[in-house]
Write a protein that binds this ligand. Structure first.
Ligand code: HQG
Length: 181
């Protein structure tokens, strides 16, 4: 099992951030050829076969990766820093979404809103427990409430990733509710 987690982490690196690490080509929509991925991962010392890859994709806790319909290509469903166009259609978000962050970022967020930083999008969660886990990765977690319905009505676009993460290009301050105190 540990191997599966290790492979998944390496796949996140190459499919979201550094395909060049193994010499992999991503197309403009972020897809990689499955056989090529397997070949190059093996060349870099990660033993990977199609059945193991299928296990990594199906068993992944956050469903981070998806195969194309014909099963010939694979991509990360969100989280990219490389410039790819996931070609997701804009979707109408629920009235509220949540962003988990760490207290140490609050001053900056209060000054400029949520920025996507190195990634292509700001990631928003459907519920508070998920947002709390996201925030915990950075320090003491704090949950911001995003008035996404209002923001969408004001013309800002939202996208829903294949693994149910809401994505926005940024979140202006006026749509963020900070916790009291
Ligand atoms: C913060 C994981 C200062 C932002 C998760 C966050 C997610 C600002 C950090 C996915 C800021 C960026 C993404 C501003 C935003 N000033 N800090 N103006 N605006 N920030 O890791 O959302 O496990 O790039 O609050 O589950 O934490 O990898 O984004 O704390 O879906 O699949 O800057 O990664 O998924 O951190 O996480 P990140 P994130 P995986």
């Amino acid at each position: 099992m540990a191997d599966v987690v290790k492979i998944s982490k390496f796949m996140s690196l190459v499919l979201r951030h550094k395909p060049e690490e193994i010499g992999l080509a991503l197309d403009e929509n972020g897809w990689a050829d499955v056989d090529e991925l397997i070949r190059l991962m093996n060349l870099k010392g990660t033993s990977l076969t199609r059945p193991v890859l299928e296990q990594v994709v199906a068993g992944n806790d956050k469903k981070r990766f998806a195969f194309s319909e014909d099963g010939l290509r694979i991509r990360a469903s969100q989280g990219h820093s490389v410039d790819v166009d996931l070609a997701l259609p804009p979707s109408t978000p629920p009235e509220l979404l949540y962003h988990g962050t760490a207290t140490r970022f609050l001053d900056s967020i209060r000054a400029e809103g949520l920025k996507s930083g190195k990634r292509q999008h700001v990631h928003l969660s459907l519920d508070i427990p998920t947002a709390t886990k996201v925030g915990q990765r950075h320090g003491k977690p704090v949950i911001l409430v995003i008035r996404s319905g209002e923001m969408s009505a004001a013309g800002h676009l939202f996208y829903l990733s294949a693994n149910n993460v809401w994505l926005a290009e940024g979140v202006p301050l006026s749509f963020i509710d900070f916790p009291a105190g």
